[in-house]
Every structure is written in structure tokens, then in C-alpha cells.
Design a protein around this ligand. Structure first.
Ligand SMILES: [Zn+2]
Length: 343
């Protein structure tokens, strides 16, 4: 096992190091047309100072400047940023596309608007109805900020959050109440608060923004029955439609979690486009069944000049590492730790 761990560490390090050198070469041979890269973001920080307040779970959140660099990087490499409905019209298979999505509905996402305007590109904002309606901080942030204040380690915080991910929203609400008391869900500032109803309306009217469905209670859908999944998705659409006058036609599954029942509900409800959190590129043309589980990369807040080439090849450093393991040690994947953690 010791040896395997050493090999594991070695191959992973190698994947990252060599990737930075060889990815551009590979890209020049393989090309990168005929693909769509979709990225999901959570919070944006005005500056590092806001990040260091520890009011929201980091989740690879970016500063506004990093977001600017991110957009600029892909535009300079001839990517066209699109919105979900462009997928239905069909994309030019000789071109390369990217899409920006924000999950959850943080107020701080409004910081993206001047950048979208400057570059004349769209983005999708998947908002959680209940948090907006009740002005409730997100449960993972309530845990993160309180535990951080208590001096609990990052790993322990992560374990506590993970433990709740097999539960439904009412159980999670009870847990938050019992552990952090009445008022725990009141946001601490503009850093951790959700959008207000007025702000969601402003977003929906913004020429560069699309508002999408992220369920009513940020429901981790495979934990629910089919009827409950329907309620979560349809009530969120109704809420947003009543608020903005526009019924969302796309949905991002909270935490990217879905199963066959979820896909059935989404299809029956009339959604044409749905987003998972499976990392990878979407090859063009995208089949209609693939439109209901579009792959997305979590945006990486490290230097985009280093990480961009991984995405353009269709990998993260972690998934490239897994691919190399498959090639080097076929059939022995289960002997290795997975090498990536996702939230
Ligand atoms: Zn979410």
C-alpha cells in the first residue's frame, strides 16, 4: 500500500507538472473546436479582504479580478460565450464555446454584471427560491462561518457538511437550528446573503443575465421521492415566474446530484437543458438526452493561465491524473485513492 501511495502521489504530481508543459502542445495537435466548456461559480468576492472574512465556504470562489481574467483568457482563445437557449438552436461544430453559470443565488454574483457588460457576454444565475424568499443564508455557509469562528479545522467542517448531503432540506434546517440556534440563518453581511426578490427581478431583466432553477430548497434531489422532486422543481419555477414574469427553461441540479428519476421529472416538466457537476467537455453536436446532463467544471480559482489548458483539453488536473492511471494501470483503478474531492 505504501508503494501504491507513493506511485499515486508521483503520478498525480506528474500529471499537474507535465500538464502545464504538454497541454498547450496537445491542444495544438488535437485542436479544441467542436466543444462546449461550461463552468460553474458560487460566490464572488470584491477583494481578498472579503474572502478572509470567512463568511462563506470558499468552494473555489473567485475575486472579481480573477473572474475578469477567467473571461478574458477564454475570449483570447476564441471561445464564444453562449446561453442555454443557444444549445437548442444548434452550435457550429467548427467553433468552440463556453458558458458561465453561477449556482445558488448569492447577492455577490451581481459583481459579475459589469464584467459581462464590458465583454458583452451572457451568464446564467441558478437561484434557490427559498433562500431568496426568506433572505436565508445557505446552510453550508452557516456551518462554515460558525465552525471557523469556533476554530474547527477545515477538514472537520467539510465532514460535517458531507454528512448532511444525504438528507432532505427539512432535516438540514432542523440540524442548523439545533446546532446554531434561532437566527443562525440570518446573513452576516453582503458577502453571504442571497439575492433579494428585487435583485432577482433586476437580473432577469438584465440583457446579459439568464435566471435558472436551482430547486426550491436547494434539494439534493436523489434524496427525495419522485413526487417530492416534482414539487421542488415546479414550485421553484412557479416562484421565479411569478417574480420575474419569465419561466426558467434550464435547471442546475444542486451539488450536481441527479439520477434517472430526476432526469425523468426534468424531462416531463418540459426543461430542455439541465446541468450536472460532472467535470468534462461537452462534444458537439450535443444529443438531446445529453442536454439534460450537461457537464460542468467547477471554476478553479488558481491562476487561469496555468489551469485553462486542462479545461480546454476536457480535464481537471485531478481527472487527467485519473485518466493517466487508467492508461498506466488498466483494471487496477480500485487500488488507488480517487485523487479528487468534489463538493
Ligand atoms: Zn447549489
Amino acid at each position: 500500500m505504501q508503494l501504491i501511495n507513493e506511485i499515486n502521489k508521483g503520478v498525480r504530481g506528474l500529471a499537474e507538472t507535465l500538464g502545464f508543459i504538454f497541454n498547450p502542445l496537445l491542444l495544438s495537435i488535437k485542436g479544441e473546436n467542436s466543444q462546449l466548456l461550461v463552468f460553474y461559480f458560487h460566490g464572488l468576492y470584491q477583494s481578498i479582504v472579503q474572502r478572509d472574512l470567512n463568511q462563506i465556504d470558499p468552494q473555489k470562489n473567485m475575486t472579481v479580478n480573477q473572474f475578469y481574467d477567467f473571461v478574458n483568457y477564454f475570449l483570447n482563445r476564441n471561445y464564444t460565450f453562449i446561453r442555454p437557449e443557444d444549445l437548442l438552436a444548434g452550435l457550429d461544430t467548427r467553433k468552440r464555446y463556453a458558458m458561465i453559470t453561477f449556482d445558488d443565488g448569492y447577492y455577490n454574483n451581481m459583481l459579475a454584471l459589469p464584467i459581462l457588460e464590458k465583454f458583452n457576454i451572457p451568464a446564467v444565475f441558478f437561484v434557490t427560491a427559498d433562500n431568496v424568499r426568506e433572505n436565508k443564508a445557505f446552510w453550508w455557509d452557516v456551518i462554515y462561518k460558525n465552525r471557523t469562528k469556533q476554530g474547527v479545522s477545515g477538514l472537520q467542517i467539510q465532514n460535517e457538511q458531507e454528512m448532511l448531503k444525504s438528507s432532505k432540506h427539512d432535516y438540514i434546517s432542523d440540524y442548523i437550528l439545533k446546532n446554531f440556534g434561532e437566527g443562525a440563518s440570518i446573513p452576516w453581511s453582503d458577502v453571504d446573503r442571497p439575492l433579494t426578490e428585487t435583485e432577482v427581478k433586476i437580473l432577469s431583466e438584465h440583457p446579459h443575465a439568464v435566471v435558472g432553477n436551482h430547486t426550491f430548497h436547494h434539494a439534493l434531489l436523489p434524496n427525495y421521492t419522485k413526487d417530492e422532486i416534482e414539487v421542488e422543481i415546479l414550485s421553484a419555477n412557479k416562484y421565479i415566474a411569478d417574480l420575474t414574469g419569465i419561466t426558467p427553461s434550464s435547471i442546475a441540479f444542486p451539488n450536481g446530484y441527479y439520477n434517472k428519476i430526476v432526469l425523468d421529472v426534468v424531462r416531463e416538466a418540459g426543461f430542455r437543458v439541465a446541468f450536472s457537476a460532472v467535470p468534462g467537455k461537452n462534444k458537439l453536436p450535443i444529443e438531446s438526452n445529453e442536454l439534460l446532463c450537461i457537464k460542468r467544471f467547477i471554476a478553479n480559482n488558481n491562476n487561469i493561465k496555468n489551469y485553462g489548458s486542462f479545461f480546454r483539453l476536457g480535464y481537471t488536473p485531478g481527472s487527467l491524473y485519473n485518466r493517466i492511471k487508467e492508461i498506466l494501470f488498466p483494471g487496477r483503478m480500485n487500488e488507488f485513492p480517487t485523487g479528487v474531492t468534489s463538493k
